[in-house]
Write a protein that binds this ligand. Structure first.
Ligand code: ADP
Length: 486
């Protein structure tokens, strides 16, 4: 094969001068563009040039092949990177998602949520700390809920009204008894000013005093809208661990009953004193007259002694009735036995029939099948004696009818007379102690004014009821209903 001499080629000339040269030229021999590269080669025994020629089309083809290979490699790497990132992000973010989910549960009040992870990274530590925190929170919330329930139970079982107000006098705690005692409508009182809820000068003064003195204050008074209702207020300043007072706690008790009892008691004492004084004054007066000389006149002396005897008996009866009343009031019942009511009535009639003149007829038909009533027979007799005694005292002519029967597990007793009767205006008061329609008449009859009061107390002792029906001039009827024990 004949090879041309390439010595005159530009790249060869350059390489011979020691330069590395690459050129592109059209090859007339090969009939297409070529790329020529020549580099000088030098050694100990040889100096020359290395020349390489490649068709340009082949070189361009090679270039584009390399380009696509690199592009595919980059794409492949990119996809792998994304997949790896997604997988790793998911693994890393899972505990964070769990924490976020658990936090959401907690905001909704579910403290039982737990995060299960074996992750040892910071996120895993965070999840474990979160578990400890939520467990602690659950414990604290449980304790608070229990304490709250206990406090609520204590408040609602208290018979005294409890209300707490803040510095602006707004209610922030109250109980059921508070609403009941003050007859408040069951509307929401929280946040309301106490001044709009209760109208009581005593209460307002008490609150002012507590704030001023910063110590416990107790007062008694009435309500403005209900002056018959007495309340006792105990007020204490509210402060936390010796800090400044942030409100007032008020404990309100309804003492209306106690006040009424106090006034009944004091009325009773003054009545008793008065009732005792009258016969005593009379006795002393007659004794003085006797001492002054009347004793020498036998007939006068005997008359005075008779009066003294009557007054002494009245005193005795009065003291007996007072003792009886206080005994019944103490509600001590020891001798409870089944009592034959027919027999009881018969023995009382026998006892008192001598008191009735022959113009008054006592009528009683025993009830053969009447169930025995469990009671103290002496009390039952006392009740019948007082009612029959009154009927005899206040009936000059006519009849007294006693009835007893059983209805709906109740023992019913009726004592009806055709006597003087009682005016309507007195009917509601005749059971009061020492109340008499006609004082002079009652006294003349040896009455103490305690008879019906004793009857009422005995009836109440056996959880019964007494009613009266009367018409002036036509007679009176007392009806008693006593429940049989079940
Ligand atoms: P007293 O000792 O005066 O009878 P009571 O308490 O027994 O006292 O009765 C109170 C008043 O009721 C009497 O004073 C009398 O006026 C009236 N009263 C009671 N029972 C009768 C009756 N059967 N008929 C008319 N009045 C009666």
């Amino acid at each position: 094969m004949h090879l041309e001499n390439h010595k005159d080629r530009k790249e060869v000339i350059g390489a011979l001068q020691g330069k590395s040269i690459t050129l592109t030229r059209y090859s007339k021999t090969m009939g297409q563009p070529y790329s020529y590269s020549a580099i000088p080669i030098s050694g100990n025994y040889f100096n020359g040039v290395l020349r390489i020629s490649l068709p340009l089309a082949e070189l361009q083809n090679l270039n584009s092949q390399m380009f696509y290979s690199v592009l595919y490699a980059i794409l492949f790497c990119f996809i792998i990177t994304i997949i790896t990132a997604v997988i790793f992000t998911d693994i890393l973010a899972k505990p964070i998602h769990e924490v976020a989910k658990a936090a959401q549960h907690i905001t909704e009040g579910d403290y039982s949520i737990k995060i299960y992870t074996r992750d040892k990274s910071v996120v895993g530590k965070l999840a474990r700390s979160f578990n400890v925190m939520s467990a602690k929170m659950k414990e604290n919330i449980d304790t608070l809920t229990r304490q709250n329930a206990e406090l609520e139970a204590i408040l609602s079982s208290m018979t005294a009204g409890v209300v707490a107000i803040n510095d602006s006098n707004e209610i922030f705690v109250y109980n059921k008894a508070f609403i009941e005692i003050l007859n408040l409508e069951n509307k929401e009182l929280l946040g309301q000013s106490i001044y709009n809820v209760i109208r009581s000068a005593t209460l307002f003064e008490t609150i002012d005093q507590v704030r001023e003195r910063k110590k416990h204050v107790e007062r008694e008074g009435t309500l403005i809208k209900d002056s018959l209702k007495y309340i006792r207020i105990a007020a204490t300043p509210l402060s936390m661990e010796g800090q400044h007072c942030f409100g007032v706690l008020l404990i309100i008790e309804d003492i209306t009953k106690i006040k009424k009892l106090e006034s009944i008691r004091s009325d009773f004492v003054s009545n008793v004193t008065h009732e005792l004084k009258t016969p005593l004054t009379s006795i002393r007066g007659f004794i003085d007259t006797l001492k002054a000389g009347a004793i020498k006149e036998e007939a006068v002396a005997n008359r005075f002694l008779d009066i003294i005897d009557i007054e002494a008996e009245r005193l005795y009866n009065l003291i007996q009735d007072i003792l009886l009343l206080s005994e019944i009031e103490s509600k001590r019942e020891y001798e409870m036995v089944p009592c034959d009511i027919n027999q009881c009535v018969s023995s009382v009639i026998e006892l008192l029939s001598s008191k009735a003149n022959n113009k008054v007829k006592i009528i009683f038909s025993p009830q053969p099948l009447l169930k025995p009533f469990v009671c103290n027979p002496d009390r039952m007799k006392q009740l019948l004696i007082n009612l029959l005694d009154n009927a005899i005292k206040y009936t000059e002519e006519g009849s007294i009818t006693i009835t007893c029967w059983e209805k709906d597990n109740y023992l019913l007793l009726g004592i009806k007379d055709t006597g003087i009767g009682i005016g309507e205006e007195h009917l509601s008061r005749i059971f009061e102690r020492f109340y008499r329609v006609d004082k002079g008449r009652s006294r003349k009859m040896g009455g103490t004014g305690l008879g019906l009061s004793i009857v009422k107390h005995i009836v109440e002792l056996y959880n019964g009821k007494i009613s009266v029906n009367s018409k002036l001039g036509a007679g009176t009827e007392f009806t008693i209903s006593l429940p049989y024990e079940t």
